[in-house]
Design a protein around this ligand. Structure first.
Ligand code: 5GP
Length: 342
């Protein structure tokens, strides 16, 4: 427990709205005059499972609470503080630019608000570096996706490089990842990195097409890449050959039952063959978890030693979307802290 908390950590897969804590949620619902007496509608109770559909229903309800720039500022500010408190030293948050006619929030003011909160946190003494990934929702059109890429390019300049990449997420049962390939290529043309949710559920055709045509820099979940669980041998071999890091979100997968039980989690397969993996929360609010908790679950389930947990955390620095100077800075920070905690 103590060790996983004290361990310096990198968090590379955290959706802003899904990361909202219960206390932030309470403040926001109080402000809106919504009676907050039914937590299970917004967040899974600990150790209670559901489905992906339940999770997507929750995101929709959370969005109804974060439908204005004040709320978006507050969640961003609070989520960064939550991760900093849990000893995350480097955080890549991801979020889908959203407009809300009810409050005159536009995608532009949304992104500017998130960047302002990140910037304000940077001027505090929090000891955390925060970067932003803009997300494409697979339920939307290619035009919307291209607009998101344009915003990422524009605001990367304006924010001095806080924006580092593009994500593909949203309900994996809707839309087709292949349709967004032109947007991914446009992002790559501008030097943005790609962290794409792939094979969250069996989807071998779109997975192979996207892998081969754009070669993403990281894969979100990658639950069904392996040939014996919904992928195929070409997919598996491609991911291995290209060493594409996997963002592993265990509690999320177990809670939405895309994986049956921690023991069966695909992390074990990839970890055992020495493939790059990074442990992440996905949605620490919705799934009632924390990054320390995710390390603890990995340690307990797969009998990892302190040294192995340390390596997992340290190696994650290699998969961040920031430049080599940032990597070097983090590596030396990790080495300084190592003597104190391992
Ligand atoms: P937001 O982008 O609004 O800050 O965060 C919530 C959104 O992230 C959801 O509406 C959904 O599009 C995406 N998201 C969060 N968790 C997951 C997940 O486990 N799988 C997928 N595919 N998308 C997710």
């Amino acid at each position: 427990d103590e060790f996983c908390r004290a361990l310096p950590k990198v968090e590379l897969h955290a959706h802003l709205n899904g990361s909202i804590s219960e206390s932030t949620m309470k403040t926001l619902t109080d402000m809106k005059g919504i009676k907050y007496d039914n937590k299970p509608q917004l967040m899974f109770e600990k150790d209670r499972n559901g489905t992906l559909e339940d999770a997507f229903r929750m995101f929709k309800m959370i969005h109804e609470v974060t439908d204005n720039t004040d709320a978006v500022y507050k969640i961003t500010f609070d989520v960064i503080h939550d991760f900093a408190k849990d000893n995350v030293k480097y955080l890549e948050l991801r979020t889908t630019p959203r407009s809300e006619p009810s409050s005159s929030m536009t995608k532009t003011t949304y992104v500017e608000t998130v960047l302002k909160a990140i910037n304000d946190c940077a001027s505090e003494d929090l000891d955390i570096i925060v970067r932003l990934i803009l997300a494409i929702d697979r339920r939307h059109t290619l035009d919307v996706a291209l607009e998101t890429v344009q915003m990422a390019v524009k605001y990367r300049e304006k924010s001095n490089g806080v924006i580092v990449g593009i994500d593909l997420s949203g309900d994996p049962k809707k839309g087709t990842a292949t349709d967004f390939i032109p947007a991914f290529k446009e992002a790559q043309k501008h030097g943005l990195k790609l962290a794409l949710h792939l094979a969250e559920i069996p989807a071998p055709n779109e997975t192979l097409d996207v892998l081969k045509q754009v070669k993403p820099d990281r894969i979100g979940h990658g639950t069904c890449l392996q040939q014996d669980i919904g992928g195929n041998k070409h997919i598996e071999q491609f991911v291995i050959d290209k060493k594409i890091p996997l963002e592993i979100c265990m509690t999320s997968n177990i809670t939405t039952m895309t994986v049956e039980g921690f023991d069966n989690h695909h992390f074990k397969y990839w970890y055992d063959i020495g493939h790059p993996c990074t442990i992440c929360t996905d949605d620490k609010g919705v799934f009632t978890t924390s990054i320390s908790e995710e390390y603890k679950i990995a340690a307990r389930t797969f009998e990892l030693s302190r040294e192995e947990l340390w390596e997992l955390s340290y190696n994650s620095i290699n998969y961040i979307f920031s430049n080599n100077d940032t990597k070097t800075l983090l590596q030396s920070k990790w080495k300084d802290l190592k003597t104190k905690i391992v």
